[in-house]
Design a protein around this ligand. Structure first.
Ligand code: TXA
Ligand code: MG
Length: 535
């Protein structure tokens, strides 16, 4: 079949795409998530051709794309309050809702199910094509079944040239992973596929949302899939992919020592690697990971790579979608080379880190108090004292010992001075903390905790496989600091203000323990320990 190439910037090409679709043809179109292979969703014969072109099993239903929320009503039996709220909050955008279908939807589109999946994309080209066709469009991801979804026009060309009527070029997709899929057809809304709209965002609108087990785990043989797409091998490049559950430092050591594969890793880890790398976003920026993940997987194929390792994403926020795709690309192969976890415990002053650290210790963790390490004499050897004297004046050293008060007065006087202090002391603190970690490992602990207020500033996060943030409302933290440290209100406020603010901590966390008045810390800690246990 001849496949024509169309340009998403060109109005005439958009009209042309609309005509092809009206006549029952297939057109690959850009959306904000991934490219889709579109056809008339209301025509069973057209939909059969979509399955054929993708090589997709016909019991795996398609998503119907509309360009106005009002169009939902005719495709489903009724529009419940929950759907109205979600549409209001997230449409147009990367969210698909499943509801009992109306008789307009042919069985081919719904894969024989009594429900239909509907989404209203935000990509201007996708919207213009739906408008031009004047039809709801069934559009699965525009890849051959089993291959990673296409996020660039080159990916679409590689998979579908010669198999469909036209390909419409819209450049790179912004989100990079497929839409979030939620079913509203049951009593409690259920997340079937994580995507650009996060679980936390859904819960903010709907209250309770359950997570389908297939989001995080391999489906057992013979188990019924809530979302048929979950049971198929998915997102897989030709290469063997191994997901490594370790800190960035351990990841680099392990992959470098093996030396037998490429490394998918976060930008922060690139400089540690001695094997070819494919960076996939920032460690604490799930959206940036989602944006490039499929392109990285495609690159493995283009380069003919046999084996690749991937660094573990967080399961929070958009990270959950990244994890969900990667674990499938890896065929659920996850390894923890050291058989332990190093948990970074941090958060703003007065949030209650030490209390959580105490609970973790009682639960059998090896807890390292990094503040105590910071004050330990081993950090302030002769060379360190000399550097400090040079940076802050000879008065900070007296009789070959540190004058702590004087150093604090001078080093905390400005951001710049504080940074200079860090440059001198952090490498030494790191060395001491590492010595403590080795001690814990030698004693056979499988969970080590670094209780460190300046975890990120000191670069200790590179040693952590997970990060736990304890947070509390500012007034509550202030109250605790006043009571605990006997400071004046002004001094306490100054201390709080000198710390990073806003979501600096929480945006980097794998878990956030909210420690406001009445919080059940024991329960929060128990839940996260549960989460860490190997499956
Ligand atoms: O972002 C996206 O959603 C992209 C773009 C093109 O819009 N489309 C996409 O479609 O990812 P597809 O077909 O690759 O994935 C649709 C997923 C499949 O896992 C399918 O099993 C599930 O949605 N699904 C569709 N209808 C369903 C239904 N009625 N009940 C349960 N799951 C359904
Ligand atoms: Mg797909």
């Amino acid at each position: 079949m001849e496949t024509i190439l169309l340009d998403g910037q060109n109005a005439q090409d958009i009209r042309r795409a609309g005509e092809i679709l009206q006549k029952g043809g297939l057109v690959a179109i850009p959306t904000e998530t991934v490219y889709g292979l579109a056809g008339n969703a209301l025509c069973g014969e057209t939909v059969k051709k979509i399955y054929q072109a993708k090589g997709r099993p016909s019991d795996n239903p398609l998503i119907v794309h509309i360009n106005k929320t009002e169009q939902l009503a005719s495709l489903v039996q009724e529009v419940p309050e929950s759907a109205r709220k979600l549409a209001e909050a997230f449409w147009p955008g990367p969210l698909t809702m499943i509801l009992p279908k109306s008789s307009l939807i042919p069985p081919e589109t719904s894969g024989g199910l009594s429900t239909v999946a509907v989404r209203c994309p935000s990509h201007p080209v996708a919207r213009a094509v739906i408008e031009a066709a004047g039809l709801p469009l069934a559009a699965p991801s525009a890849n051959l079944t089993g291959r990673p979804s296409p996020t660039t026009f080159a990916h679409v060309q590689a998979d579908l040239t010669g198999r469909v009527d036209a390909l419409l070029d819209g450049g790179d997709c912004q989100v990079g992973v497929e839409s979030t899929v939620i079913t509203l057809a049951e009593e409690t809304p259920r997340l079937l596929r994580p995507g650009g709209v996060t679980l936390a965002q859904l819960r903010r609108v709907l209250g309770e949302v359950v997570v389908d087990p297939a989001v995080l785990h391999r489906m057992e043989e013979g188990q019924r899939a809530a979302s048929p797409g979950m049971k198929y091998k998915h997102y897989a490049p030709a290469a063997e992919v191994v997901l490594v559950d370790a800190s960035p430092e351990e990841y680099a050591d392990y992959v470098n020592a093996r030396g037998d594969g490429w490394a998918l890793c976060f930008t922060e880890t690139v400089s540690r690697m001695e094997v070819p790398v494919l960076p996939y976003g920032g460690r604490y920026d799930g959206a940036s990971q989602a944006h490039v993940l499929f392109d990285a997987l495609h690159r493995l194929d283009v380069q003919g790579i046999k084996k690749a390792y991937a660094q573990m994403p967080s399961k929070r926020g958009v990270g959950l979608a990244v994890y969900n795709r990667l674990i499938r690309a890896a065929g659920f192969q996850v390894i923890n080379p050291q058989s332990h976890h190093i948990l970074g415990l941090t958060g703003p002053s007065g949030a209650g880190k030490s209390t959580v650290g105490e609970i973790l210790r009682r639960q059998g963790c090896f807890v390292i108090d990094c503040d105590q390490v910071t004050r330990s004499p081993q950090v302030y050897d002769a060379a360190c004292l000399e550097e400090l004297a040079q940076a802050f004046g000879p008065e900070v050293v007296q009789n070959d010992a540190l004058n702590r008060q004087e150093l604090a007065r001078r080093a905390f006087s400005s951001q710049k001075a504080r940074a200079r202090l860090g440059e001198i002391t952090f490498p030494r603190i790191l060395r001491q903390v590492r010595a403590c970690m080795r001690e814990g490992q030698e004693q056979g602990f499988s969970l080590l905790v670094l209780d460190a207020p300046t975890l990120f500033e000191a670069g200790l996060d590179g040693a952590c496989s997970r990060i736990l943030v304890v947070d509390a409302p500012k007034e509550e933290r202030l109250r605790r600091i006043l009571r605990r440290d006997g400071l004046s209100e002004e001094a306490a406020l100054r201390r709080l203000e000198a710390q990073p603010s806003g979501d600096f901590y929480t945006s980097r966390a794998d878990w956030v323990v909210e420690n406001g008045p009445g919080a059940d810390l024991e329960a929060s800690v128990a839940a996260l320990l549960d989460d860490l246990r190997p499956e």
